[in-house]
Design a protein around this ligand. Structure first.
Ligand code: NOJ
Length: 752
């Protein structure tokens, strides 16, 4: 039954959204519909006459990058009060790991393995961004990345599909809350759909080739989880995937996302990525690009204007239909209704918490504490230290050297993608140490030197001063790493060592014989093989955000204990990349016994392939640090791993438990991880796959039994026919503190 013309004019918030969308759509001209499908940029800080005219004419559905409150309210005024139909605007912004209060980079947040914390951090970010009228963020980025050369690994949750899924859902929940219409809730965006993290050689925007089976079992998995959770939007990626650029790939967005997954949210293209279809050589011109993007089901075009310029012609030529346009525009209008923008298009910041308030900073500090990973903690051989160096004790130190370019640099600790973050809100390590000295009224003499001006400095001019500082001190804290600008979009590296002269600086300081704690701030895992033996402790802080300094200092001095675990594998050397824990077994898996070093091969040795295995001749086959690894100030022992269900039928529950004991003398938190291996399957399965994890608090000497239950559906994978199946057979199961454990139990999955 069609509605009477009068009913078309009726709209109130009590009507079902679907009806409101239909009513509105029925009143729109084609030009207004196409206008809704365009997102344009504006960051002028004022509303230009030209933009106001376009908004008034209904040519724009969304603005990206304007965060000046008065300007945004003025835009919404024109859109809702001066345009013919009064349709409010989506205001998009990259709020990736904070707005003004900056949290650790997402890769750092992933090292916390704490979905609750990530949810809260995202919520604070949403509340702060919403004060400027932003109602849509382009996060979480849930691209799986196994290549630390790729600068955008900083923005990801690392290499594992399960961890990324859990944390991605938590982040989306934090932005969106349980109702998008809540004050301070903003729409989230699952990006970049898909495969972007597999860029060849880690070079951003580069080609990706991922077989469909691998795509479904690894790269698509977090996207499916976010689609099921109900994330409001998806973003199509820049990359060419198996010969079809993702922003023109109807198989991905129509067949998989819309048809198979029944996703009903809105899809936006990445910046210019529809126009770039022609640069890829996939389309010949903007008009063809618009058609390809449209046919791929992309509701809104970001930045470029191929939709605005060509959809009308494509419609008149019969290449696209009005019904298709209506369908696309409905998705956009629905989001605007869901966000409550028709009822409340304007922003009153007084309804929202103050920016960078003490609670927000406290959460940023807590998140940074949980994100740091303790990689090494040893007493120095032959030194006065027989105990682990960390935590440092104020009572035992008379003097401390603080060395490195990042010890007191509020900007560099913030990390990539902080469009709105400001250095003035940062608290650095040096300022936090000084604060600690003041608060405790301690007589600790500080000797401070940068050593190198920034992370890329190749000059050794600052070494002498730094060495003198170390020589005069009881211990040394070095804060080194990568500047923020060395990671992030289009900031990939071909080597991932500590850049510049930093390794030499470590050598020079190490030569003083003083105990050294190395704190690393970086946007990716770095190769630490050259320097690991030259320092006594390593705390990996990623780029820790506004409160990085106090968080690190709490950890260094033991007010807090490290609990972070690696969300990525640390290679020994660059050439091991890609190295990740959930690899396949191969037909010739390498073992310690079969791993030959080239220095052990005799000159003119005869050639043979017998007994050869999958290894390099010039490095070990294992990583420097495995996925899931991280130390604390206490030690934990795993014992009595038990499978409670040695035989489980399909659809049943696998139950297993382990005892964990805090064998040390202080309280600790341990991220307990459960991995499985499907030994024989119709498609080969990884040697280990993370299936569950729990954070457990243990008092000193406490023992707890940790029980896991996982449904057999969690063991499903895509087979050769690309069906999601769970196959009966034998499995191994580990519950451990990292992915390198060798202690497993077995269970059998049986047909019903
Ligand atoms: C390009 C990036 O790839 C994407 O992640 C981001 O959200 C958009 N630009 C908007 O800034």
């Amino acid at each position: 039954m069609s509605l009477s013309p009068n009913l078309h004019l009726v709209d109130n918030e009590k009507m079902p959204t679907e009806q409101r969308v239909k009513n509105l759509l029925s009143r729109m001209t084609i030009a207004e519909k196409i206008g809704q499908m365009s997102q344009v940029q504006s960051y002028a800080g004022w509303l230009t006459d030209e933009l106001a005219a376009d908004i008034k004419a209904g040519k724009i559905g969304s603005i990206i990058n304007e965060v000046d409150l008065d300007t945004v309210n003025a835009m919404q005024y024109v859109a809702t009060k001066e345009s013919r139909l009064g349709i409010p605007l989506l205001i998009g912004r990259d709020v990736i790991h904070g707005f003004k209060t900056i949290f650790p980079i997402p890769l750092g947040q992933a090292a916390s393995w704490q979905p609750d914390l990530i949810r809260q951090a995202a919520h604070v970010s949403a509340l702060e961004a919403a004060t400027t009228g932003v109602n849509w963020t382009f996060a979480p980025m849930i691209d799986i990345s196994r290549d630390p050369r790729w600068g955008r690994i900083a923005e990801s949750f690392g290499e594992d599909p399960y961890l990324t899924s859990v944390l991605g859902v938590a982040m989306s929940e934090g932005y969106q809350t349980e109702d998008l219409a809540n004050t301070g809730a903003i729409a989230a965006c699952a990006k970049h759909f898909v495969g972007y993290g597999a860029a060849e050689s880690g070079r951003d925007y580069n080609t990706t080739n991922i077989p469909e089976n691998e795509l479904r079992n690894v790269y698509l998995k977090p996207f499916k989880a976010l689609a099921d959770h109900g994330i409001a939007t998806f973003m199509t990626a820049f990359n060419d995937l198996n010969g079809v650029p993702a922003s023109g790939n109807d198989w991905l967005t129509q067949t998989v996302l819309r048809e198979e997954w029944q996703y009903s949210g809105m899809v936006v293209s990445d910046w210019d990525s529809i126009k770039e279809l022609s640069v890829h050589g996939f389309t010949a011109n903007d008009k063809e690009a618009a058609l390809a993007g449209f046919n791929a089901g992309i509701n809104m075009e970001m930045a470029s204007s191929t939709y605005q310029d060509h959809l009308l012609t494509l419609l008149s030529e019969g290449k696209i239909s009005l019904a298709q346009i209506d369908d696309m525009v409905s998705g956009i209008l629905k989001l605007k209704f869901d966000l409550g923008l028709f009822e409340q298009p304007f922003t009153n910041p007084e309804q929202l918490p103050e920016l960078v308030n003490p609670q927000h900073l406290a959460l940023a500090k807590e998140t940074a504490i949980k994100s740091c990973v303790l990689l090494k903690n040893q007493g120095q051989t032959g030194s006065k230290l027989s105990q682990p160096l960390l935590p440092l004790s104020l009572d035992k130190l008379n003097s401390l050297a603080v060395i490195g370019p990042f010890a007191d640099d509020g900007y560099e600790q913030l990390g990539t993608w902080i469009f709105d973050g400001e250095e003035q809100h940062s608290q650095t390590c040096l300022s936090a140490i000084k604060q600690l000295i003041a608060d405790t009224d301690t007589d600790l003499t500080l000797h401070v030197a940068k050593g190198v001006e920034n992370s890329r400095t190749t000059s050794c001019d600052g070494f002498e001063q730094a060495v003198n500082c170390a020589a005069q001190s009881d211990a040394v804290v070095m804060v080194l790493g990568e500047e923020s600008i060395l990671s992030g979009e289009a900031h990939s590296r071909s080597t991932i060592d500590l850049p510049g002269a930093q390794e030499q600086l470590i050598e020079a300081i190490s030569a003083t014989g003083k105990p050294i704690v190395l704190v690393i701030m970086a946007g990716r895992q770095l190769t630490l093989g050259n320097i690991i033996d030259k320092v006594d402790a390593i705390l990996y802080a990623w780029h820790p955000g506004s409160m990085g300094g106090p968080a690190i200092v709490d950890l260094l001095f033991g007010t807090a204990a490290p609990s972070g675990k690696l969300p990525v594998t640390f290679p020994r050397v660059l050439g091991q990349i890609p190295i990740y824990y959930n690899q396949k077994n191969t037909g010739r898996p390498v073992t310690d016994a079969s791993c030959i070093h080239m220095n052990d091969i005799e000159a003119r040795a005869p050639q043979t392939s017998l007994g050869m295995t999958a290894s390099h001749l010039d490095t070990h086959y294992t990583p420097l640090f495995p996925f899931g690894f991280g130390l604390s100030y206490s030690t934990v022992e795993y014992s009595n791993l038990t499978i409670l269900t040695p035989s489980v039928s399909l659809g049943g529950t696998v139950k297993a438990c382990v005892e964990i004991t805090n064998t040390g003398s202080r309280e600790m938190e341990e991220v307990v991880q459960l991995y499985t291996r499907d030994l024989v399957a119709s498609v080969t399965r990884p040697v280990k796959e993370l299936k569950a994890f729990k954070t457990v608090k243990l008092a000193a000497k406490e023992r707890q039994t940790v029980v896991f239950e996982i449904n057999t559906d969690e063991l499903a994978f895509y087979n050769r026919q690309m069906q999601l199946v769970t196959e009966a057979g034998d499995f191994q199961l580990w519950i451990a503190g990292d992915s390198a454990s060798t202690n497993y139990v077995e269970f059998t999955l049986t047909e019903n």
